[in-house]
Ligand binder design. Structure first.
Ligand code: EPU
Length: 347
C-alpha cells in the first residue's frame, strides 16, 4: 500500500473536475482497507471512498485520504438448476462484467450494459436502466463495517434497495464495499417493455440481442464520457403523489410518467428540463446535453462552482414552470471529503 500526496483526481472522475486530493491510496486487497483506515486515523484524515468516479462531484481541494477501490476478480460460487452466483471485486469495470456474464450465458444484467463505473458502486445507488435495477440480482454485498470495525456481509434485504437508493446511500460513511455477490439466471427472463426496446429488438428475442440493442440505444442518446465529460443522468426522476400528478397532468397532458407503488408517480426529469428550455443549452462551459436533457456536460475545464451554477439555474427554471424540485443524482463532496446533502430547494 502506497500513500501518495497532492494527487490530481481529474482523470478519476468522469465530470473531469479539477480536484487535488491531499492524500490518495489505491486499494487492491481487502486487507488494505484496514491498513488505510488505520493510517487515516493516525493522521486524523477524513476518508473518501472513490470508485469509478462516474457519479460524483468533487471540490477543487479535497483534504483527506482518498481510497481508490480497485479490488479485482470474478469467482463462481454455488449454482443450482436455475441460477449461478458470482462474487465480483468492487474494482471490476461494470460494463465488462455485464458482457462477461452474457458470454457465460448467465442472465439478468443485459439491460444494464454500458453503464459507466465499477461493480462496487452498483449497489450504492442501485443502478438502473430500461426497467431493471442491479439490486434485483444482488444476493449480498461484502463490506468492511467502520462502525463495528470488522468485515461482514449485508444480505439483499439488509441493502434496502430502492430507486437510486440503498443503505449505502442512507449511511454513507459506514460501509466500504469490497465485493458484490450476484445471482444470475440460467434461463433468460427478458425485460423488454421499456420505451422502444421491444421495437428495436425485432424478431430476435435473445439476451444477446437485448444487450446489443441497449448498447445501441445508449450510444445514440447518451454522451460517451471519453468525449463529453458527464455523470449520466444528472437529476433523479422526481417521485410525486398521485394527487400532485393529477394537477400537473391537467396542465401538461404530455408529461411522461410511470406509476409506482404507494400511490406515487415517477415523472421524467428529462422532459421537464427540455420543456424549461434547457435541452442543448449552456451556461458558460457547462450545459445540458442536446440528445438527452437529463445529462449535464462539462464542455471544457469547468470546476465545481461552474457545475453548481448551471444545475441550480436548471432547478430554478424547472421549479418556476412546474413547481417541481429536481434533486441531483451525483454525490457531492465538500473540502473535508464529507458528503453534502442536496438541500438547495428552489423557492
Ligand atoms: N425525455 C424528453 N427529453 C429529454 C430526455 C427525455 O422529453 O431530453 C423524455 C423521453 O421522451 C421519455 C422520458 O423523458 O418519454 C424518459 O426518457 P428516457 O427513456 O431517456 O429515460 P430517463 O428517464 O431520462 C432513466 C434513467 C437513465 C436510464 C434510462 C433508461 C434516471 C435518473 N435515469 O432516464 O439512467 O438509462 O432511464 O432506463 O432514472 C443514469 O442514471 O445515469 C442513466 C442514464
Amino acid at each position: 500500500m502506497r500513500i501518495q500526496q497532492q494527487v490530481q483526481l481529474k482523470r478519476f472522475n468522469t465530470l473531469n473536475l479539477d480536484a487535488i486530493a491531499s492524500h490518495y491510496v489505491e486499494i487492491k486487497q481487502p486487507e488494505e482497507i484496514v491498513q488505510a483506515l488505520d493510517y487515516a486515523e493516525q493522521q486524523q484524515l477524513n476518508v473518501i471512498i472513490l470508485s469509478g468516479g462516474s457519479n460524483i462531484m468533487l471540490p477543487q481541494r479535497l483534504n483527506g485520504l482518498v481510497m481508490h477501490m480497485q479490488i479485482q476478480g470474478i469467482a463462481s460460487l454455488s449454482e443450482d438448476t436455475q441460477s449461478q452466483q458470482f462474487r465480483v471485486g468492487a474494482g471490476q469495470v461494470w460494463h465488462d462484467f455485464v458482457l462477461w456474464s452474457t458470454a457465460q450465458r448467465c442472465y439478468g444484467l443485459q439491460n444494464l450494459a454500458l453503464i459507466p463505473g465499477l461493480v462496487g458502486a452498483s449497489p450504492v445507488q442501485n443502478i438502473g436502466a430500461y426497467g431493471v435495477e442491479a439490486g434485483e440480482f444482488i444476493e449480498c454485498v461484502e463490506i468492511y463495517d467502520r462502525q463495528q470495525q470488522c468485515f461482514s456481509r449485508l444480505s439483499h434485504v439488509e441493502c434496502q434497495f430502492g430507486y437510486r437508493d440503498s443503505i449505502f446511500k442512507q449511511q454513507p460513511n459506514r460501509y466500504i464495499i469490497s465485493h458484490v455477490v450476484f445471482r444470475l439466471l440460467k434461463q433468460p427472463q427478458l425485460k423488454i417493455n421499456y420505451g422502444d426496446l421491444k421495437t428495436a429488438m425485432g424478431n430476435d428475442l435473445s439476451p444477446e440481442n437485448l444487450q446489443a440493442q441497449v448498447i445501441q440505444i445508449r450510444q445514440a442518446k447518451l454522451p460517451d464520457p471519453k468525449e463529453f465529460s458527464n455523470v449520466g443522468s444528472f437529476f433523479k426522476n422526481p417521485l410525486i403523489t398521485a394527487q400532485q400528478f393529477a394537477t400537473l397532468l391537467a396542465q401538461f397532458p404530455k408529461l411522461p410518467h410511470y406509476p409506482q407503488a404507494q400511490d406515487l408517480v415517477k415523472i421524467a426529469a428529462g422532459w421537464l428540463i427540455e420543456q424549461a428550455g434547457w435541452k442543448g443549452k449552456r451556461l458558460n462551459n457547462v450545459g445540458m446535453f442536446d440528445r438527452q436533457a437529463l445529462v449535464l456536460v462539462n464542455y471544457a475545464d469547468a470546476n465545481l462552482l461552474d457545475v453548481q451554477q448551471t444545475y441550480r439555474a436548471v432547478q430554478q427554471d424547472v421549479y418556476q414552470k412546474f413547481g417541481i424540485h429536481l434533486e441531483p443524482e451525483p454525490v457531492l463532496f465538500n473540502q473535508d471529503g464529507q458528503i453534502q446533502p442536496h438541500q438547495d430547494q428552489c423557492q
